[in-house]
Each structure stands twice: as structure tokens, then as C-alpha cells.
Design a protein around this ligand. Structure first.
Ligand SMILES: *[C@@H]1O[C@H](CO)[C@@H](O)[C@H](O)[C@H]1NC(C)=O
Ligand SMILES: *[C@@H]1O[C@H](CO)[C@@H](O)[C@H](O)[C@H]1NC(C)=O
Ligand SMILES: *[C@@H]1O[C@H](CO)[C@@H](O)[C@H](O)[C@H]1NC(C)=O
Ligand SMILES: *[C@@H]1O[C@H](CO)[C@@H](O)[C@H](O)[C@H]1NC(C)=O
Ligand SMILES: *[C@@H]1O[C@H](CO)[C@@H](O)[C@H](O)[C@H]1NC(C)=O
Ligand SMILES: *[C@@H]1O[C@H](CO)[C@@H](O)[C@H](O)[C@H]1NC(C)=O
Ligand SMILES: *[C@@H]1O[C@H](CO)[C@@H](O)[C@H](O)[C@H]1NC(C)=O
Ligand SMILES: *[C@@H]1O[C@H](CO)[C@@H](O)[C@H](O)[C@H]1NC(C)=O
Ligand SMILES: *[C@@H]1O[C@H](CO)[C@@H](O)[C@H](O)[C@H]1NC(C)=O
Ligand SMILES: *[C@@H]1O[C@H](CO)[C@@H](O)[C@H](O)[C@H]1NC(C)=O
Ligand SMILES: *[C@@H]1O[C@H](CO)[C@@H](O)[C@H](O)[C@H]1NC(C)=O
Ligand SMILES: *[C@@H]1O[C@H](CO)[C@@H](O)[C@H](O)[C@H]1NC(C)=O
Length: 626
């Protein structure tokens, strides 16, 4: 997922002129030094924005980890990890905790917060917010974290930069020193601001290292942040997209630390066990082999009747994937070589060359081919490539000085860090594999519950791959899950859950015991809660509450299983009627048609609230509508 990078605070040059681009001075911050680690601290404030439900508190801030805190890692840089914590709207003192992570790698969790499942969404003016009735903090304390370091509001070392926005969304960020009087003029495609260092050696460049950093974050935050004093100590993690990698690795690492604390082999004298409860994965990229295969199959055959690849083309992809010494074999060879590379070391030149070649071939065959063949949105096959949904209003909202001041952040906002993305690409992180067996071990050896939910209009991490992964996890009830649990309708509304209204079927769920389920959500793209807020909320609420995910009605034991067909293909969908009109939002260049973006670049586009609304002479008002 590569997204444009944005970091200014001007909405329209006509109105605001030379308003400051750099984040405002941090004020009203409380700083607490850790009792356990020298040089570890937490800094935070109450932002008072977004969650405006009376009496419901939120806190934003950082856990600051100094260089060389992560054992056995070459971590010569500080890790300042941003969080935004929301107390539950109902009875926070007795509510469990859930962490939310977006993917990337390098994708900010503010996306989940402000356009998927957080307490508020941003209006079309990119300034006002309104409450989300299906916010996941209705009954659960929610902790949104920007990680790995240099993602979103998280940073290593504060660094001034220029940012050149690019049509692809892959902006060029260049560290730059601004001496007085030499601050360049900014415009819609060229900005300045303060971010992290952009140094690829200054981020945790694998999922495993990221999990390690997150464990230190949690040790500090859970036990030293003064506004989290739970009577319910359960911790859950819900992660989306690349979170299919993060989630399992994070819970496995946490579980291993728990075991070490229990058997006395922990390296940390002050460390405490974490009560791991539920792992939720939303349109997650779990196993790369399954993901790639599904990315060939889904455009050819899906429940929307959209045959986007013809039979010959599909057959050619499948052939290239499955033939001896084809893509699948080469990928397995890379995975094996990576597994033989000693931990913490960069792969040698032979392995790097082997892996780089197959990584590139799969990138082309899977992710580049889809948009070029179909001109559709990879995150929603029912929408055009330049997809206006989910509306990107949060990008503009988070450029504003008053908002940055409220959050107390010393950096500008970037939705995606290409530095982090590139660092993970260099380690071939997703090709390392092992995620399915990590999930199996969690199901077998811990009390962790696992719930998977996939929107069925997403191509990127589509539900075919999600379902295949759900069946491929090696655990002691694997066969039982496949053979004896069937798909049952996911029923929401009509008093079955948090909301009223008519009862409707919003998807199908296969579940075994309280501990494991897979749900396909109808009419949802990649960011499921943005498309189907009530259904996504119900899956979350029921999974967290130990209820039957399909109905929300049954509290059950290990013997419980859903009943219905083994095959979910009987449920077909219609492509929604009506033409989806693209809208160019300049902070998200991928939303712009080429012609419109050209007008943004040459300065003739008329921009209002970050949307291109017309074209005029030199950016004047009242030009032609585009
Ligand atoms: C804490 O920081 C100080 C000053 O930078 C340094 O001398 C000291 O070694 C650090 N302590 C640890 C445990 O890293
Ligand atoms: C943005 O919202 C704030 C707070 O609601 C308001 O004070 C301000 O006038 C708004 N700015 C614009 C440009 O509408
Ligand atoms: C960024 O540049 C501004 C303007 O010169 C300066 O005030 C600020 O201290 C700089 N910040 C950093 C992190 O260098
Ligand atoms: C990036 O970080 C590494 C390791 O700290 C350092 O050696 C290198 O000089 C840095 N690169 C730049 C461009 O600052
Ligand atoms: C303690 O637990 C860890 C993690 O499960 C394991 O790797 C290690 O071998 C155990 N050590 C002992 C002494 O049992
Ligand atoms: C699509 O997949 C379904 C389920 O596996 C199968 O029944 C159907 O025959 C497939 N259609 C095509 C055109 O391959
Ligand atoms: C199938 O799709 C490929 C790739 O788009 C195209 O080159 C080819 O002409 C198509 N074949 C048929 C029979 O339509
Ligand atoms: C499959 O591989 C052949 C040989 O490398 C290549 O010509 C063909 O374009 C590939 N097919 C697809 C759909 O990428
Ligand atoms: C590179 O690493 C792989 C995997 O660890 C190993 O099998 C191979 O022998 C190494 N090659 C060289 C030239 O060191
Ligand atoms: C990833 O980071 C580690 C620790 O900082 C470093 O030793 C390693 O060389 C990096 N890997 C690559 C491929 O850059
Ligand atoms: C954990 O589960 C795996 C199978 O998923 C099993 O092979 C392994 O022995 C288990 N480990 C422990 C410590 O129970
Ligand atoms: C935007 O600013 C950049 C850098 O100063 C400049 O190259 C570009 O021409 C400007 N674009 C417009 C439309 O003024």
C-alpha cells in the first residue's frame, strides 16, 4: 500500500498565504519518566478533539525509547512511538483493551481511526468532525498506534524536509535544512515540514523487530501510563492489511515473552506478562503464497460475476505460478534461503539477488497487472482506479496547525512512510513466511482467540486468500474446522446487536468454538469498517465478547460450530448500481485522473478544501468545472 505523503498546513494559497508549515510548538504536555528504564519516558496530553461524547476521555502522545534499548538488535536510533488512546464510551473502568494497527508497511493507524472504526470521522470540509455511532470504543478501550517508527506521527529524529507530491502517491521526501529567509514557497504539489529522518537504517525493518519494539512500548504504556488502570487486563489486537503479518508476529512475540517471564528466562527483570485475549485480522495479507495465488484467481472468478481477467490470461498466470521452476518454486527457494540467514543479519548477495528477482516478478504479475488490466481500484473491484472512497478528508484535517497542536505532535502528518516501506522491501519481510504456523501455535498453545474478517470487494488481500488461509492454519482442530463447521449468515440489526433497525444478512461466518472464525463481509472493500460500519462493528463486538459472531446471540463452549454449507460461493453479490464519480483530492494524488493532476501540477486547478473543483487562469476562481 503506497500512499501520498503530505505535510503542510495550508488549505488554499489564496486564503492563507504564507501560513506556517512546520508543526506548532508542543504545549501542555505531561512527561513521565519510566521507573524501570533509564531514558524511557511517556509524554502525552488530552487533545479534546474527535471524541466529543460528553465525559469520554482521550489521550495522545508518545512512548520514547532511547537508542539501543532493543536487545540483540542494531538499534542506533531513538524510537518515539505515537499513540492515541480512547476510553470506552461505556464503563471504561471495566472495559478490555484493543489495539488497532493499519498496514503498509508504513501505513498510519490514523486511517483506521478517522475513516474506519474510530470515534469520529472527518467531514468533507476536511476540518469538522462528526461522531461515529459504530466506533469500536463503544464498549472497548481503544489504543491506536503508529508503528513501525517513522510511520504516521512516529519519528526517530526530528528532521526538516521538502516533499514533492507525485501522481503515483509515492512522494519524494528530502531532508533539507532551512536557514532563515530560505524557506521555499509551497504549493499543492510541493510542501515543507518536519518528519522523521527518512533514514532507512532508522526503522525496525522486519515485522519481527517491529513486534519487539511494540513489546517495549506496551510494557511502558500498560504499566506506567497513568490514565490506563484496568480492572479488566485483557489485551486484544486488531490489525488490517499488512497487519496480517504484524498481528500474528506481535502476539507470538508477546506470548514468548510471557513464557519467558513464567519460566524465569526473561532478560527483563521488570517485565510483566500481558493477558493476550483476541487477535483480529481485517483483510490481512497472511501467507504470501496464498495471497499471490488468490490475486490471480480473484479477478478471474469472484462472487460479483466480474470476469476481469479472461480465461487465457488467468491460465497463463496460473501456469507461470505453478510450473516447475516457476514463480511459486522461486518464491519457496527465497523463503528457504531467508530462513537459513542468521537472525538479525542482512541476507547475503546470492539470497538478496534471488529474492529481489522473485519479489519484483510477483509485484508485477500481481499488483501491477491488476490496475493495468482492469482500470479498477485494487481495494474495491466495484470502483474505478482513481477511487474516491473512503473519502480522504483526514489527510487535510491532519495538516492543520490547531489539530497538530491539540495532539501535541512535533511532526507533520504522513499517511504512508515510503522509508519504512522500502526498508521492509529490502529485508523481503513478507517472503519470510511462517505466519500460518505462528497462528497455529497461538491457537494450540495459548488461550488467544483468532477472528478473521474480509470484505469481498477487495482485490489486494481478497477473501479467497483469507478463506484459504483460514483453512491452512496448522492446529489441532484444523480438519474439524474445515469438515464440520459451515457458513452461516452474519446477521446484524433487529436487536441482534448494538443497533436497532431491520435484521439483515451482511456476510457469512464459519466458526468453531469461541476461539476461531472466518467472516466474509458482503459489499465491503479493503477497509471493511468504512464500507460496512455496523457489520464490522458487530464482528468486533461479538468476537471480543465471546459471542457467536454470526448471530451475536449464543454464548457457547468449545463444541460450538456454525452450521451451513462448506462453500460460501452460494452467496452471490450484485455490483452496486450507479456510476462512481472520481474526485481529485490533492493530498491524495492517487484519487486524481491524469488530466486533473496535470492541472494541479501546472497550477491551473482550482482547489477548495483540498478538492479540485475547477480550472482557471493561474489558479483563479471561477474557471471551468473539471
Ligand atoms: C541515558 O542517557 C544518558 C545521556 O544520554 C546516557 O549517558 C546513559 O547511558 C543512558 N542510559 C541508558 C540505560 O541507556
Ligand atoms: C475549522 O474548525 C474549527 C473548529 O470547529 C473552526 O474554529 C474553524 O473556523 C474551522 N476552519 C475553517 C477554515 O472552516
Ligand atoms: C525546521 O526549520 C525551521 C525554520 O527554519 C526551524 O525553526 C526548526 O527548528 C527546524 N526544525 C528542525 C527539526 O530542524
Ligand atoms: C543513516 O543511519 C546510519 C546508521 O545510523 C548512518 O550511518 C548513516 O550515515 C545515516 N545516513 C544519513 C544519510 O544520514
Ligand atoms: C522458557 O520459555 C521460552 C519461550 O517459550 C523457551 O524458548 C525456553 O526454552 C524456556 N526455557 C526454559 C528454561 O524452560
Ligand atoms: C468459480 O469458483 C467457484 C467456486 O470454487 C466454482 O464453483 C466456479 O465453477 C468457478 N467459476 C469459474 C468460471 O471457474
Ligand atoms: C485475454 O486478455 C489478454 C490480456 O488482457 C489479451 O491480450 C487477450 O487478447 C485476451 N484474449 C481474449 C481471447 O480475449
Ligand atoms: C508467463 O510467462 C511467460 C514467459 O515468461 C510470459 O511471456 C507471459 O507473459 C507470462 N504470463 C503472464 C500472464 O504474465
Ligand atoms: C547465502 O546464504 C544462503 C542461505 O543462508 C546460503 O545457503 C548460501 O550458501 C550463502 N551463499 C554464500 C555465497 O555465502
Ligand atoms: C535491517 O536492520 C538491521 C538492524 O538495524 C540491520 O542490521 C540490517 O542490515 C537491516 N537489513 C537490511 C536488509 O537493510
Ligand atoms: C505449540 O504448538 C505447536 C503446534 O502448533 C507444537 O508443535 C508445539 O510443540 C507447541 N509448543 C508448546 C511449547 O507447547
Ligand atoms: C510548486 O513549487 C515547486 C517548488 O518551488 C515549483 O517547482 C513548482 O513549479 C510550483 N508549482 C506551481 C504550480 O507553482
Amino acid at each position: 500500500m503506497k500512499r501520498g505523503i503530505v505535510s503542510s498546513s495550508f488549505a488554499c494559497s489564496l486564503l492563507l498565504g504564507a501560513r506556517a508549515q512546520f508543526p506548532p510548538k508542543r504545549e501542555g504536555i505531561t512527561v513521565i519518566q519510566s521507573k524501570f528504564h533509564e531514558n524511557v519516558s511517556i509524554s502525552f496530553k488530552e487533545p479534546g478533539i474527535c471524541e466529543t461524547t460528553p465525559g469520554v476521555k482521550s489521550y495522545s502522545g508518545y512512548v520514547h525509547l532511547p537508542p539501543n534499548l532493543l536487545e540483540h538488535e542494531d538499534q542506533g536510533y531513538p524510537i518515539n512511538t505515537f499513540f492515541w488512546f480512547f476510553e470506552a464510551r461505556k464503563d471504561p473502568a471495566n472495559a478490555p483493551l484493543a489495539i488497532w494497527l493499519n498496514g503498509g508497511p508504513g501505513g498510519s493507524s490514523m486511517m483506521g481511526l478517522l475513516e474506519e472504526n474510530g470515534p469520529c470521522f472527518v467531514g468533507p470540509d476536511s476540518n469538522s468532525t462528526y461522531l461515529n455511532p459504530w466506533s469500536w470504543n463503544n464498549e472497548v478501550n481503544m489504543l491506536y498506534i503508529d508503528q513501525p517508527v517513522q510511520t504516521g506521527f512516529s519519528y526517530d529524529v526530528l528532521t526538516n524536509v521538502t516533499i514533492q507530491l507525485d501522481e503515483s502517491g509515492e512522494s519524494v521526501v528530502t531532508p533539507t535544512e532551512f536557514t532563515d529567509g530560505q524557506i521555499p514557497t509551497t504549493n499543492n504539489t510541493y510542501r515543507i515540514g518536519t518528519l522523521g529522518s527518512q533514514n532507512m537504517s532508522h526503522t525496525t525493518n522486519t515485522t519481527e523487530r517491529a513486534a519487539h519494539a511494540l513489546w517495549h512500548f506496551m510494557q511502558t504504556w500498560l504499566f506506567e501510563f497513568p490514565h490506563y488502570k484496568p480492572s479488566d487486563d485483557r489485551i486484544s489486537l486488531w490489525a488490517e492489511s499488512y497487519g496480517g503479518q504484524y498481528g500474528p508476529a506481535v502476539f507470538s512475540f508477546f506470548q514468548e515473552q510471557n513464557e519467558r517471564i513464567a519460566n524465569g528466562s526473561s532478560e527483563h527483570s521488570g517485565a510483566r506478562p500481558l493477558h493476550l485475549d483476541t487477535l483480529g485480522i481485517v483483510n490481512g495479507a497472511i501467507d504470501w503464497s496464498i495471497l499471490v495465488e488468490s490475486c490471480f484467481d480473484f479477478p478471474y472468478n469472484n462472487t460479483y460475476g466480474l470476469q476481469l481477467y479472461n480465461e487465457t490470461f488467468h491460465a497463463s498466470l496460473v501456469h507461470n505460478w505453478t510450473r516447475p521452476s516457476g514463480w511459486r518454486d522461486r518464491m519457496a527457494e527465497c523463503t528457504l534461503a531467508l530462513s537459513q540467514t542468521p537472525h538479525g543479519r542482512a541476507p547475503n548477495d546470492t539470497t538478496a539477488a534471488l529474492c529481489a528477482a522473485i519479489e519484483q516478478d510477483l509485484e508485477t504479475a500481481c499488483f501491477d497487472t491488476f490496475p493495468s488490466e482492469t482500470n479498477r481500484a485494487p481495494y474495491d473491484i466495484a470502483h474505478p482506479f482513481h477511487d474516491p472512497f473512503p473519502p480522504p478528508h483526514l489527510y487535510g484535517y491532519l495538516t492543520q496547525a490547531p489539530i497538530l497542536a491539540a495532539l501535541g505532535v512535533p511532526v507533520n502528518y504522513t499517511p504512508t512512510s515510503l522509508t519504512v516501506n522500502d526498508a521492509f522491501e529490502q529485508t523481503f519481510d513478507p517472503l519470510r513466511g511462517g505466519v500460518l504456523s505462528a497462528l497455529g501455535a497461538l491457537l494450540d498453545n495459548s488461550s488467544v482467540k483468532l477472528h478473521l474478517m474480509y470484505g469481498d470487494r477487495d482485490f489486494m488481500a481478497n477473501w479467497l486468500g483469507g478463506e484459504r488461509a483460514s483453512l491452512a492454519i496448522p492446529w489441532h482442530r484444523q480438519q474439524e474446522f474445515a469438515d464440520t463447521a459451515g457458513y452461516a449468515p452474519l446477521v446484524v440489526g433487529g436487536g441482534s446487536g448494538g443497533g436497532g433497525g431491520r435484521e439483515t444478512e451482511k456476510g457469512v461466518t464459519r466458526q468453531l468454538g469461541p476461539g476461531f472464525s472466518f467472516t466474509r463481509v458482503f459489499q465491503a472493500g479493503h477497509e471493511v469498517p468504512a464500507y460496512q460500519p455496523e457489520a464490522a462493528y458487530e464482528v468486533f463486538r461479538r468476537a471480543m465478547g465471546g459471542l457467536d459472531v454470526a448471530t451475536g446471540k449464543v454464548a457457547f463452549g468449545e463444541r460450538f460450530r456454525t452450521e451451513g454449507p462448506r462453500d460460501a460461493w452460494g452467496w452471490r453479490n450484485e455490483v452496486p448500481e450507479g456510476v462512481v464519480e472520481g474526485r481529485c483530492y490533492v493530498l491524495k494524488p492517487e484519487s486524481c485522473e491524469e488530466e486533473v493532476w496535470r492541472a494541479v501540477v501546472d497550477g491551473t486547478a482550482v482547489v477548495r478544501d483540498w478538492f479540485v473543483v475547477g480550472r482557471g487562469e493561474g489558479g483563479g476562481i471561477g474557471g471551468d468545472e473539471l
